[in-house]
Design a protein around this ligand. Structure first.
Ligand code: SF4
Length: 211
């Protein structure tokens, strides 16, 4: 199964958090965030988990919170998205040859999933990877995404290099790691828009055979 059911209960802590959010904000999405983008994509962007006020509120990955601004604007600039990002799922933004998912599909308290929750959600990530038959490049946003993508590919987490811009070739596809486009990383200058754009330009180069 690629998309978890709305009431997936495999992670009791996250299901309880979801129920709390549903009670406090019944007009929010409050469910596992589905993947978004082109089902025939050659590029997959893998994030950590939905933000409480981001995908957990709007239902589209990286939509509605700060991280989405830099991600979607960068995808537009590098030709992986078309339209205008307006922080809402009906803004008409279209991904081109690109899909976005999260390693953990439910919003975790403090944006920190537990290792058991990463493991519980990994079959959904593995199913997504399997369904992307043309997949060639995965951009992982941060270490949690990187290690879960590696494990979902059947590799040990130690198989891939960490750090911004680090690349790993796997039998299935090419991995490029990026610092997460979180407000913390951008506000502190750990990740600049230029650094982030360079990752997607590199993904473009790999897709065009310049790896
Ligand atoms: S994080 Fe994944 S496995 Fe855990 S409850 Fe949500 S959808 Fe289910």
């Amino acid at each position: 199964m690629i998309e978890p059911p709305r009431d997936c209960g495999l992670c009791p802590r996250l299901a309880a958090y979801r129920a709390d959010n549903r009670a406090a904000n019944p007009d929010w999405f409050n469910a596992p965030a589905p993947c978004f983008g082109d089902p025939n994509a050659r590029l997959l962007v893998a994030g950590l988990a939905p933000g409480r006020r981001g995908a957990n509120r709007t239902g589209r990955p990286f939509t509605g919170d700060f991280a989405g601004v830099l991600l979607y604007e960068t995808l537009i600039r590098t030709g992986f998205a078309r339209g205008e990002y307006q922080a809402r799922p009906d803004d008409g933004l279209t991904l081109i040859d690109c899909m976005i998912t999260n390693a953990v599909r439910c919003a975790p308290p403090g944006n920190k999933p537990l290792p058991a929750e990463e493991a519980a959600c990994r079959p959904f990530l593995a199913a997504r990877l399997a369904a992307l038959t043309r997949l060639r490049v995965i951009v992982t946003l941060g270490d949690v995404a990187r290690r879960n993508v590696l494990r979902a590919l059947g590799l040990p987490a130690s198989a891939g290099a960490s750090g911004h811009g680090a690349e790993t070739r796997t039998p299935r596809c090419h991995l490029i790691n990026s610092y997460h486009c979180s407000r913390l990383n951008t506000n502190t200058g750990r990740l600049t828009p230029a650094m982030f754009e360079a990752v997607f330009l590199r993904a473009r180069a790999v897709l065009e055979g310049a790896a």
